[in-house]
Ligand binder design. Structure first.
Ligand SMILES: Nc1ncnc2c1ncn2[C@@H]1O[C@H](COP(=O)(O)OP(=O)(O)OP(=O)(O)O)[C@@H](O)[C@H]1O
Ligand SMILES: [Mg+2]
Length: 361
C-alpha cells in the first residue's frame, strides 16, 4: 500500500506529445482507473509509473519519494499486461513463484506465499498445470498471482481483461474487485471500457489526447461530466446531444437546433444567443403519450427507426430531426418502425455544454 503522485508529467516521443501536464495524487489503497480512447496516453502514463518509460518532464513519487531515477525493479510495483506473458514451459506454481525464486527467498517462504496467492485466486487445484492447459480466465488469474505474490506497494494493470469473452470479463471484473477488497493494494488500472471503469474504480481518470479531462468518482463523472467529451464517453448507450442556439429567457427559454427544431427549456438561465450542446441520457427519457410535458420537464419528439428488444428493456433508436437519439424503456417491444414517440425528460437531468470549449455550463 502506498501513495502515488504524478506532478506536471509530460511525455514526448520525438515531436509527438503522448502525455501532457498530467497531475494526479492517488491515495493509499485507492483503486484508480484510467479510461479513454485508443492513443490517449493511458499505457504511456502507466509505463512511466512502472519505470519502463522515462518521463520527459515532471515528477513521479511513491510514498512521497521521487522515483524518476529509480530502476523499475526497485520501485516495488507489479504490472499485469493484456498478454499475460506466462512462461509456457513452467507450471502454474513455478509461474507464480518465478519472481520470488529470482529474488532467492527461502524455499519455505516461497511455498507459503505462492500457496496463499493460489488460495486467494482459486488456483489451488491447478498448480501443476502448464499455461497451455488453462482457459483464458485461468491464465489471467496466474498473471495476477504472479503480481500478488510479490506483495508490491502498487499494482498496475494494462487492459488485463481485454482478451477474454464478455461473460468471462464480467466474472474476472468481480474477482478483481474482490481481490482488491482483500489485499487493499494501491491499484492503477487502464482500460478503454467505460463499464469496467465505472464498476471497478474508486476514482476514474478520463483521458483525451494525452490530457486529463476529468477526475472523479463514478457517480461524479456520470452525473456531472465536466465536458462534452466525458459526457459522451461515460454511459451506455451513450448520451444524446442536440446542437443549437439559446433563444428567449425565463419561461420562454428554448434551444433552436441547427436543423430548426425548437426545444422548450423553460427556466434555463443560459444567455440568449449562446451556442451550446444539450445532452440527455437514454435512461432519463420517459415515453409519454402527450407532447406537452409536466412542469419541470422538457419534451422531445421523434420517429422510431430501429427497435432492439433486450428482454428486460427495449432500446429505441429514433430520428429527432436534429439527429439520431437513443432512448429506452423497461418492458417489451410495443412499437413499429416509423411510429412517432414523445420523450419527457426531467429538467434537472439535462446537461449543457459550451459548443466552442466543450466544457460544462
Ligand atoms: N514508443 C513510442 N514511440 C512513438 N510514439 C509512441 C510510442 N508509444 C506510444 N506512442 C504514441 O503515444 C500516444 C499514446 O499512446 P498509448 O500507448 O499511451 O495510448 P493508449 O491510451 O494506451 O491507447 P490504447 O488504448 O490503444 O492502448 C499514441 O499517439 C502513440 O502512438
Ligand atoms: Mg494502451
Amino acid at each position: 500500500m502506498a501513495e502515488v503522485s504524478l506532478q506536471g508529467v509530460h511525455k514526448l516521443f520525438g515531436s509527438v506529445t503522448a502525455v501532457e501536464d498530467f497531475n494526479l495524487s492517488i491515495g493509499s489503497s485507492e483503486f484508480v482507473v484510467f479510461v479513454g480512447p485508443s492513443g490517449c496516453g493511458k499505457s504511456t502514463t502507466l509505463r512511466m509509473l512502472a519505470g519502463l518509460e522515462d518521463v520527459s518532464s515532471g515528477v513521479i513519487s511513491i510514498d512521497g519519494k521521487p522515483v524518476n531515477n529509480v530502476h523499475p525493479k526497485d520501485r516495488d510495483i507489479a504490472m499485469v499486461f493484456q498478454n499475460y506473458a506466462l512462461y509456457p514451459h513452467l507450471n502454474v506454481f513455478d509461474n507464480i513463484s518465478f519472481g520470488l525464486r529470482a529474488k532467492r527467498l527461502p524455499k519455505d517462504e516461497i511455498t507459503t506465499r505462492t500457496n496463499e496467492a493460489a488460495d486467494i485466486l482459486g488456483l489451488d487445484e491447478l498448480l501443476k498445470r502448464r499455461p497451455g492447459e488453462l482457459s483464458g480466465g485461468q491464465k489471467q488469474r496466474v498473471a495476477m498471482g504472479r503480481a500478488i505474490v510479490r506483495k508490491p506497494k502498487v499494482f498496475l494493470f494494462d487492459e488485463p481483461l481485454s482478451n477474454l469473452d464478455a461473460k468471462l470479463r464480467h466474472k474476472m471484473r468481480a474477482e478483481m474487485k474482490l481481490l482488491h477488497q482483500r489485499v487493499q493494494t494501491t491499484t492503477v488500472y487502464v482500460t478503454h471500457d467505460q463499464v469496467e471503469a465505472m464498476t471497478l474504480a474508486d476514482r476514474i481518470v478520463i483521458m483525451n489526447l494525452g490530457r486529463i479531462e476529468q477526475v472523479g468518482t463514478p457517480d461524479e463523472v456520470y452525473k456531472h461530466p465536466a465536458s462534452q467529451f466525458v459526457a459522451s464517453f461515460i454511459g451506455s448507450p451513450a448520451m444524446n446531444f442536440a446542437t443549437g442556439t439559446i433563444t428567449g429567457t425565463g419561461s420562454k427559454a428554448a434551444l433552436k437546433t441547427d436543423s430548426g427544431e425548437g426545444i422548450s427549456l423553460a427556466g434555463c438561465d443560459i444567455a440568449e444567443g449562446r451556442r451550446i450542446q444539450l445532452g440527455f441520457r437514454p435512461e432519463h427519457m420517459m415515453l409519454a403519450k402527450a407532447a406537452k410535458p409536466a412542469s419541470g420537464h422538457i419534451s422531445i419528439g421523434a420517429h422510431i427507426t430501429v427497435i432492439e428488444p433486450m428482454g428486460h428493456e427495449t432500446v429505441l433508436t429514433c430520428d429527432a430531426g436534429f439527429g439520431e437519439i437513443v432512448g429506452k424503456y423497461e418492458g417489451e417491444d410495443r412499437f413499429t418502425p416509423g411510429d412517432a414517440a414523445n420523450f419527457h425528460i426531467r429538467a434537472d437531468r439535462l446537461h449543457y455544454f459550451d459548443l466552442d470549449t466543450g466544457l460544462r455550463i
